[in-house]
Write a new protein. Structure first.
Length: 364
């Protein structure tokens, strides 16, 4: 089975979609006879045609630019570049997230080669932004590019039930829920000596940076921040104004993220929108206490009753109440993390994703 996967970003670029794609490729390559060609942008990713540890995985990069932050738009015909890079015909083509140009081009590439096209939707809502201009442009992209991608693919997989609902509302397409897999770390999280909050994510308003620092005001709980983004200075200034001891670590590799998780007493993830939040899944797999917004696929990971806290989006008061509960009873907080880890072990496996893709390819 030869899979050609069009993903706008790929490691070492840091983000949820690229982490999903890389983990899926690793799982594919555990199976005899699977080969993967990744077509991705040069935005913070691998060098052109950079090799990987397994010679059955080939990465091809295309020149791109970012008209807005986090949007790697091709500078030329990436399908032609992918054609030249192929060493054997594809059996199936994959794309990720509806509004990236690479997803639309993946569809054209699949049709040109006469093979099935599987689209994986990671989004759980329309693009959220404090800028009316960004929201308007994103809405136009969804109509012009996103909906045709969702309706044109031979099968749409969604990373969560919330994402599948969004796909249905946007395009009237019934997506198959196929949650990503997660291997539990061998050693579970254990409570640090003193309480410490952790925020991991892109530093933009839509990830809940303002809610995080507002909720922590006056609690005396230090904050570690992992990630980069245009909102870093504003978040740092607000934390300083509110007297919060905040340490900004920047973007760090995945193994260092886990180190920061083990050093903290609770993950705070008050995002305004999500598909299936990778950082929440990773924290749950570790067994770390989690407070997160009840948006998108977060509820697929934690129910928010006895395995973590789910709070309304954009509600710093509710977030603060949950933080106070972790401070009041650290043992009960740790038990919630333990139950979240057990839930990840039961519900998250790559087998369904791979079975769906294999089935589509087999019916071509």
């Amino acid at each position: 089975m030869h899979v050609v996967d069009f993903t706008t970003f790929y490691p070492p670029h840091v983000g949820g979609v690229e982490a999903y794609a890389a983990a899926l490729h690793t799982e594919w390559l555990r199976r005899p006879g699977w080969r993967v060609t990744v077509v991705t942008s040069d935005q913070g990713g691998p060098t052109p045609e950079e090799g990987r540890a397994d010679d059955r995985l080939r990465v091809v990069t295309y020149p791109s630019w970012e008209p807005v932050s986090g949007f790697g738009s091709p500078r030329g015909p990436i399908g032609t570049l992918a054609d030249r890079a192929l060493v054997e015909p594809p059996d199936v083509v994959i794309s990720h997230t509806r509004f990236y140009p690479a997803s639309w081009l993946a569809g054209r590439f699949a049709r040109r080669h006469g093979v099935p096209w599987v689209h994986v939707e990671h989004g759980g809502s329309a693009v959220q932004s404090s800028s009316a201009v960004v929201r308007t442009v994103a809405s136009s992209y969804d109509r012009v590019l996103g909906v045709p991608v969702l309706r044109g693919a031979d099968r749409v997989l969604s990373v969560s039930a919330g994402s599948a609902d969004f796909v249905r509302r946007l395009s009237a397409v019934e997506a198959h829920v196929a949650r990503r897999g997660m291997v539990l770390p061998a050693t579970a999280w254990s409570a640090p000596e003193s309480p410490r909050a952790l925020f991991v994510g892109r530093l933009v308003d839509a990830k809940g940076t303002h809610e995080t620092v507002t909720a922590l005001s006056g609690l005396g709980m230090p904050l570690d921040v992992v990630g980069e983004g245009p909102g870093r200075e504003a978040m740092a200034a607000e934390a300083a104004r509110l007297g919060i001891e905040a340490t900004f670590h920047g973007a760090v590799p995945p193994d260092k993220v886990q180190e920061r998780m083990r050093a903290a007493s609770v993950l705070v993830h008050p995002s305004h929108t999500e598909g299936l939040p990778t950082v929440v899944l990773e924290a749950a797999a570790l067994g770390m206490p989690i407070i997160a917004s009840d948006v998108g696929g977060t509820r697929d990971i934690i129910a928010g009753t006895d395995d973590g806290w789910l709070v309304p989006s954009r509600d710093p008061a509710a977030l603060r109440t949950a933080l106070e509960e972790t401070l009041a009873d650290p043992a009960a907080s740790a038990r919630r993390g333990t139950r979240a880890r057990a839930g990840v072990n039961e519900r998250f496996s790559w087998d369904q994703v791979i079975d769906e893709i294999t089935q589509v390819a087999g019916h071509a």
